[in-house]
Design a protein around this ligand. Sequence first.
Ligand code: DAT
Ligand code: MG
Length: 149
Amino acid sequence: MERSFIMIKPDGVQRGLIGEVVQRFETKGFTLVGMKFMAVPRDLAEQHYDVHRDKPFFGGLVDFITSSPVVAMVWEGDGVVASARKLIGATNPLTAEPGTIRGDFGITIGRNLIHGSDAVETAQREIALWFKDDELAGWEPSLKGWLYE
Ligand code: DAT
Ligand code: MG
């Protein structure tokens, strides 16, 4: 089953939106298989955003992610990677559609509340970066027959 790495960023935590974000993934029908509340070491933040290392915003982005705790999660389900990106919305919250997490709760690109893996391969890399195998708990939701045909 497909998995995605989802992180509630420091602004989402500070603004009291942990429950709201988790609820959106739960009620969509995805399955939580890993979750931790944590301060982010600088080297982890740099590895996570390695693809943006040469961008002008890289330093500020790493400063931001390490400035206050985050909620790191792994969610599972059919098509969860692309679907999570839709639930999250466009990178810039001002242009993100209403109904999406960023569209409903954000204003500026540097405070866009949440991260979601952009592809299945990226998700695999990010999950391995943030979680040890024994921190993930695969389980079969008893609701599964009502979520999947
Ligand atoms: P996304 O998080 O939607 O995958 P991304 O991978 O292009 O977006 O960028 C990673 C994060 O970096 C993004 O969530 C917010 C920040 N960021 C992106 N572009 C930025 C910019 N032009 N100025 C400031 N921060 C930016
Ligand atoms: Mg990205």
